[in-house]
Write a protein that binds this ligand. Structure first.
Ligand SMILES: CC(C)(COP(=O)(O)OP(=O)(O)OC[C@H]1O[C@@H](n2cnc3c(N)ncnc32)[C@H](O)[C@@H]1OP(=O)(O)O)[C@@H](O)C(=O)NCCC(=O)NCCS
Length: 165
């Protein structure tokens, strides 16, 4: 898919190490903890946004049965449509794999992402108080304080129906 001057596509095998480094850099490791489960984003489905041969964004997700889970979404250039284009393509791929819903977890401090996802059809369906504090025991690299000085403690589950994706 093309949106302006960047392209969103599946990762090619040669790019996986670079994406893994990027994920480790942004998320502390490629192990993503969600709802108490540890996922290895490195072996998940991966999409990249590429501009002029440079990776400017990435998304990782898994599909299991009728549910797809977005593990990570990163735009290296914010506000340029990269995150939205990656999310659209994840939804399309998941729907193509017969998933009926796309779920994701985010943390209580990530107000920007909470707005971004809700403007794109996601509903808040569950709150897990203290889930990040518990995840931090497994992954000490999770920061104690996040965006806007907000303590990072809780996990929120968001869901988007893929019937219309
Ligand atoms: C959340 C995230 C993926 C969004 O990606 P993005 O490429 O900035 O998203 P888009 O450009 O498609 O949309 C950003 C929105 O901010 C608006 N915006 C305008 N100017 C902007 C600016 N200078 N900077 C950021 N956003 C701006 C856009 O218009 C858009 O508004 P909309 O939601 O009403 O459409 C990105 O902020 C990110 O990588 N965050 C860090 C990682 C993260 O938190 N990931 C999600 C956790 S699960």
């Amino acid at each position: 898919m093309t949106d302006g001057s960047f392209v969103v596509r599946r990762v090619v095998d040669e790019e996986r190490p670079a994406v893994a480094r990027l994920l480790a850099d942004r998320w502390g490791s490629t192990q993503i903890v969600s709802r108490g489960l540890v996922h290895d984003a490195e072996s998940a489905e991966m999409l990249v946004a590429v501009r002029d041969g440079e990776i400017v964004g990435t998304a990782t997700f898994v599909v299991g049965g009728d549910e797809a889970e977005l593990l990570t979404l990163d735009a290296l250039e914010e506000g340029a449509g990269v995150g939205g284009a990656l999310l659209d393509e994840v939804a399309r791929s998941a729907a193509g794999a017969r998933a009926l819903r796309l779920v994701l977890s985010t943390t209580n401090d990530n107000l920007r992402a909470l707005g971004f996802y809700q403007r794109r059809g996601f509903r808040l369906v569950e709150l897990f108080p203290g889930a990040v504090d518990r995840a931090r025991k497994h992954k000490p690299s999770i920061p104690l304080v996040g965006d806007s000085g907000i303590p990072v403690r809780d996990e929120l589950l968001l869901v988007r129906d893929l019937g219309t994706a």
